[in-house]
Design a protein around this ligand. Structure first.
Ligand code: NDP
Ligand code: PYC
Length: 340
């Protein structure tokens, strides 16, 4: 980052709330979104921190989201928690259904939350880490818009489709990963575009299907999956599990729904939770020790666990009480906050 601005956590939250309420989000949604952005910014997740305020405002300006939607959790006797976001942003729906998911996971050993009819802009790790903080292992996945070409293809069919996983560890930060199944998240390409930097090779193709490192050509063309056909297959799995399985839209359908309007994609989300107590037949302590042996074996050879950069940023930013963001981003967000 070139020139930066220091913001306290209260300032990050206040700036978020100002932009969100001025653009038309009701108090509950604005608070849930501001919490998510602050959580991401503390961990130096730049692509899904304050930068995502632009996407939130564009979503409101596109006119399809309900900024005051009240999510509805449907009661059930089985291990599925269904929550209808009623055309609002996903975060309030997740928040309201989370206690039911935890309760059902403890009762059944495994349970799933299906969020329907939500706009979705956010990182998934804060959600799976709410579950690992409750002693459960968890996975989350969502489609997005069809910006990503399948392996061997030339045009967008798939979303950037993130997959997140978190595993609870006693007295330690959890083992968590969270990544787009595209080589780069869309937000990352947008940040390269803002910074005027070329992309690495292998991230995108232009409108004519030729490899490109130009962020604008990538945004106009198609993104590529990570790991070739392997990432492509994972991405298709996410389309299916968080789309047709739960009676919600694929990334292709989300793109059609938007009909050219900007902002966050509109679709569903799936979160799966596992109770180690029930799965390991009461042998959690012994099995946790075996998991720890694996983590040590990875770290001992100089490799790092995913999320270590994030946890280090969290510790540093929490101790010093501020985060740093690029000055041009701060200038643009303050201007956005002033718009009615
Ligand atoms: P990154 O490529 O930045 O990171 C992916 C994961 O890999 C992180 O857990 C990261 O940990 C870890 N990692 C990175 N480098 C290493 C390494 N050398 N060794 C071990 N682990 C490593 O993620 P993306 O850019 O793909 O995604 C960023 C965010 O965008 C995610 O939070 C995702 O949920 C979000 N997103 C949301 C979408 C939506 O539709 N809502 C769509 C697409 C993405 P660390 O953070 O510590 O570096
Ligand atoms: O970064 O790919 C992305 C993304 C899509 C929706 C929200 N973030």
């Amino acid at each position: 980052m070139s020139e930066t601005v220091k913001l306290t956590l209260d300032e990050v939250r206040a700036l978020s709330l100002e932009v969100l309420t001025n653009s038309g989000f009701g108090a509950n949604h604005a608070a849930a979104i501001a919490d998510m952005l602050t959580t991401c910014q503390i961990d130096d997740c730049q692509s899904h921190g304050l930068f995502r305020l632009f996407m939130c405002v564009q979503t409101m300006q596109a006119g399809k989201i309900d900024g005051h939607a009240a999510p509805v959790v449907t009661p059930s006797d089985n291990a599925i928690v269904r929550v209808d976001a009623q055309g609002g942003m996903s975060l309030l729906a997740f928040q309201e259904a989370l206690p039911v998911l935890i309760e059902k996971t403890r009762a059944h050993g495994i349970a799933a939350m299906a969020i329907n009819r939500c706009f979705h802009f956010s990182a998934l790790w804060p959600e799976v880490e709410r579950l690992s903080a409750a002693g459960l292992a968890a996975m989350a996945m969502v489609p997005s818009h069809s910006w990503v070409a399948p392996a061997g293809g030339t045009r967008g069919s798939l979303g950037t489709n993130p997959l997140a996983f978190s595993w609870p560890r006693r007295g330690k930060d959890p083992f968590t990963f969270d990544f787009a199944t595209s080589a780069f998240a869309r937000g990352e390409i947008e940040l390269y575009h803002r910074a005027g930097k070329p992309l690495p090779e292998g991230v995108a193709i232009d409108r004519d299907g030729n490899p490109t490192t130009d962020p604008q050509a990538a945004l106009d063309g198609a993104m590529l999956t990570f790991g070739g056909y392997k990432g492509s297959a994972l991405s298709i799995m996410i389309e299916l599990l968080a789309g047709p399985l739960i009676d919600d839209l694929t990334s292709l359908e989300s793109m059609e729904f938007a009909a050219g309007a900007g902002g966050a994609p509109y679709h569903g989300e799936v979160i799966l939770a596992f109770d180690p107590e029930q799965f390991s037949g009461g042998r959690v302590v012994e099995n946790d020790a075996r998991a720890e042996r694996l983590f040590s074996d990875i770290i001992d050879q100089g490799a790092r666990l995913p999320s270590q950069r994030r946890f280090a940023a969290r510790a540093r930013n929490t101790a010093r009480g501020y985060v740093e963001i690029a000055k041009p981003l701060h200038d643009d967000l303050r201007a956005l906050g002033k718009q009615g």
